[in-house]
Structures are given as structure tokens and as C-alpha cells.
Design a protein around this ligand. Structure first.
Ligand SMILES: C[S@@+](CC[C@H](N)C(=O)[O-])C[C@H]1O[C@@H](n2cnc3c(N)ncnc32)[C@H](O)[C@@H]1O
Length: 265
């Protein structure tokens, strides 16, 4: 049996003659090889996973730690993000997606500066991540004022695609769809998804998001809809869609009362 110690950056490799690079690993017989993936740095972990998936299948990679180990570690504890039930629920949803072998891309519609998109990418690093946003704030076509009298005072225009890519990490497999949703979903009708976050705050894009993504969720896939408890337009869109399509939803007690829609396995 052949064994290799592999490092994509060869950190400390100079002192360890048994360590090889990913490029050298590619030359080995990869059929039937099992790869134990481990790193204590989240960015290195995601990067390695993406690089390995270019040369071996997903089934050949064994996570020595849980793919979501970072939520148990220091990375997010420092930022106090783990305290937010929404992130903890995302962590659980990602674990179930891996446990149940749910295939498909991940997406966020309503990205702003990319905080939640980054968490999605960290927890599901081997998935293509679609990002939908104007990156210029709300669009007048969405009847901003009718959803909430005060809502138009929110300004989400102080972001850019570059800023978001810096936040998530440029190694990730990311497709940015900049512009007005649902127009930006054109051409993606054949894609399938495992996890989607809808966080556009307004009735029209939330309803459009449910109508586009729900039929494209794989069995076991989940949709997070943020602000159900805080914004009337979001609640109206979810209830209207779920009643019409006979879909159940569960409300979680995070700060903005997100709801989760889960596609039957
Ligand atoms: C509340 S922010 C998203 C926050 C982000 N998910 C987070 O957790 O940090 C709402 C975003 O939705 C975007 N948005 C709202 N309506 C949209 C539409 N119809 N098409 C594209 N983007 C939209 C806005 O530009 C804004 O960036």
C-alpha cells in the first residue's frame, strides 16, 4: 500500500522528505485512493478541498474533521458569529446535506457584503456558489416603499463584487450574477441546488426567489429565508408561496426570525 503526505503549499515541507506537492500527487495512481483531509485553518481547508476535487472524486475524500469544524473552533468564536442561531442552523443544515448525500450548488440571493455567503462557502466548500445581487442596493421595480414605510431608508449600495470576493476568498468556485433578480437567473433553469439563502428583504424578489429555486432544489435541499419575522413583505411572500405550493416552513428564533423550507428527501 502506498501512502503520501500531501501539502498544497509544502509548508514545512523542506524538513520532511516524505511530503509531496499536489502536483506530484497527480502523477500517482489515484484510482481507489482515499484522501484524509485535514487542516486547522479554514481557508487552507477549503482551498485544499477544491484543489483535490479537480483530481479525485468527492467520495475519495474523507473529512478527518467535520466539514463544519470551524464553527466549533476559534475562527468564528472570535467574531461571536456562532452565537447567532441563524449561523448555527446553517451549520446543521450543511451537516445534513453531507450526511444525506444531497448534491447540487449553493446560492445566496441578496448578498450585500457577503457575510452569510462566506459562511455558506465555508460550510459547503466543495459546492459551486452562485451570488445574486444588484451590488447597488434595492431596485425601484420592487415597490420598496409599499413593503415598509421606512424601508427605503436602508441603503445596501456600499458594496462591490470585488469586496465580496475578497470576503469569501478568491479560491472558491463562485459565479456572480450581478443585476436585478429574477432577470439574473436566466440561463440557469437546468441547474440544481442543495442550499439557498434568500435575503433580499422585499416581497417581489423573495417570491421570485422561491418560485425560481424551489423547483430546482434537490431532495433534502433547504432554502433559508431571512427576515420572515421582521419584514411584512417577506412574510407575505413566504406564506403566499407555501400555501399555493403546499410547502411547509419552520421559523427559527434568530434575531430576524428566518424560516426554513425543506425539500422532502
Ligand atoms: C439585507 S441585504 C443582504 C445581507 C446579506 N445576506 C448578509 O447576510 O450579509 C439585502 C440585499 O438584497 C439585494 N437585493 C434586493 N432586491 C434585489 C433584487 N431584486 N435583485 C438583486 N438584488 C437585490 C440588495 O442589493 C442587498 O444587497
Amino acid at each position: 500500500m502506498e501512502e503520501y503526505i500531501v501539502d498544497n503549499g509544502l509548508s514545512g515541507g523542506a524538513d520532511n522528505p516524505d511530503m509531496i506537492s499536489l502536483a506530484e500527487l497527480k502523477k500517482a495512481d489515484l484510482d481507489g485512493m482515499v484522501i484524509l483531509l485535514s487542516s486547522d485553518q479554514e481557508s487552507v481547508y477549503s482551498q485544499l478541498r477544491c484543489q483535490l476535487l479537480e483530481i479525485v472524486s468527492r467520495e475519495q475524500i474523507v473529512d478527518v474533521f467535520s466539514p463544519s469544524m470551524y464553527f466549533d473552533g476559534n475562527v468564528y468564536r472570535d467574531q461571536k458569529i456562532y452565537e447567532d442561531i441563524r449561523y448555527a442552523t446553517l451549520d446543521c443544515a450543511a451537516r445534513e446535506i453531507y450526511c444525506n448525500g444531497v448534491e447540487g450548488h449553493v446560492a445566496e440571493c441578496g448578498v450585500y457584503k457577503g457575510a452569510f455567503s462566506r459562511a455558506i462557502n465555508m460550510l459547503l466548500p466543495d459546492r459551486k456558489l452562485y451570488l445574486f445581487d444588484t451590488f447597488e442596493g434595492f431596485d425601484e421595480r420592487d415597490n420598496i416603499d409599499s413593503d415598509s414605510g421606512t424601508f427605503s431608508s436602508y441603503d445596501f449600495s456600499d458594496t462591490t463584487v470585488d469586496m465580496v470576493l475578497d470576503e469569501i476568498g478568491r479560491h472558491a468556485d463562485i459565479v456572480v450574477r450581478k443585476g436585478y433578480f429574477p432577470e439574473t437567473a436566466k440561463g440557469l433553469e437546468e441547474e440544481r441546488f442543495a442550499l439557498v439563502s434568500l435575503d433580499t428583504d422585499l416581497y417581489q424578489p423573495i417570491l421570485a426567489g422561491l418560485e425560481f429555486f424551489w423547483p430546482r432544489m434537490n431532495p433534502g435541499g433547504v432554502i433559508f429565508v431571512h427576515d420572515f419575522g421582521g419584514l411584512d413583505g417577506v412574510r407575505k411572500a413566504v406564506v403566499e408561496f407555501c400555501q399555493r405550493e403546499h410547502v411547509g416552513y419552520v421559523r427559527i428564533p434568530d434575531s430576524c426570525h428566518t424560516v426554513i423550507l425543506s425539500k422532502p428527501l
